[in-house]
Design a protein. Sequence first.
Lengths: 193, 193
Amino acid sequence: MRDHTGKTKYLLLGTMARCPQTGYSIKKWIENEYSHFWQESFGQIYPALKELVKEGLVESWESQVSKGKKKQIFYKITEAGRGELKKWLLEAPTIEKLRYEILLKVSFGADTEPEAVLKHLGEFEKRNENLIHEMDDFIETFENLKIQGKDYTSSELTALCGKYLYTAMKNWAQEAQKIIINRKMIKNETKDS
Amino acid sequence: MRDHTGKTKYLLLGTMARCPQTGYSIKKWIENEYSHFWQESFGQIYPALKELVKEGLVESWESQVSKGKKKQIFYKITEAGRGELKKWLLEAPTIEKLRYEILLKVSFGADTEPEAVLKHLGEFEKRNENLIHEMDDFIETFENLKIQGKDYTSSELTALCGKYLYTAMKNWAQEAQKIIINRKMIKNETKDS
DNA sequence: AATCTCATGTAATGGGTTACATGATTTT
DNA sequence: AAAATCATGTAACCCATTACATGAGATT
């Protein structure tokens, strides 16, 4: 009885905890809400949904294929599903493994290709700056919605995490550029003297 | 002529750019130097090394199996290998995909299981705090080595990135806990009144 | 008419970890 | 003598992305 789905299963259950979903709506939801920290493809989602039905954690039904309606399969979390979700929520999250290719390039190239590395760092800085703005916009939107009485705490927390993370990366990129430039200057001085 | 190895290839070339290595020494090197931002398993490293030899990017030789010496296979980067490494260094690094399971849990659980989420966040905060200290120790070590004339810029840059990142995550975790607690209090007040 | 988005799905491939196998040498 | 570390490697498995296939409905 293996799993085939890793954490996908719980992500699906989590989105369904709010309201019934289709595979497609879940995909869109993840893209909007989590794309910065999580991603799922259709190749994962559709088989995982079927698996969840088999396990009795969700129920499904097809939408009436009447005029002007395309086929849709809706999925709703069951009580057993809520139990499974809660069980997972109580477990300690696994420690994330990061893979920042830019760090490898900085690491290997700061000495041999400083110009290229500086360019990468500059672009990295800019990208993170843009992401910070994105997060700010998100947060503002949520603030406005909150005034209208709706609750967007969890979306806000996610966006806030993004803001902190991207700010850190932007600042690091700036600092790293300074260090590399400094080092280059020292080298050149030594060479000249 | 496919690749089978993703970025592993370049990591191997990068480590060999400094000095010849064995598969084992590369593994240890990565664990010490990059474990926070990159990881490779033997199952990746050994086949990739053979592939690199086939491609003419590295040369290999076995150490003499004389008394008190176990078999080791050394790998040295070739000129073609350096060319390949440089080519990769000039390319823009791919955008990293993050997967923070804790964010999913915060997202799904802030409402239904606030206590569990607060616990996760507390542990996340502590873990990141420890990592900050680790990074500080690294940086200090490098500073001392620098006084002795050695160059550890790239290691320093990596550690600095870690410091920035882990600090951001620690701060976010603190902030997130505050927000959740606040929200719980407001909810309870509303209920009481 | 063409194209875009909605909607569901499968197969191939890629990339990576884990478990296993083997054996020497070093440390306790 | 036992355990840990050094050292190399393979096979199984897992997880995920990408490409492909299909077709309806909406838009340009």
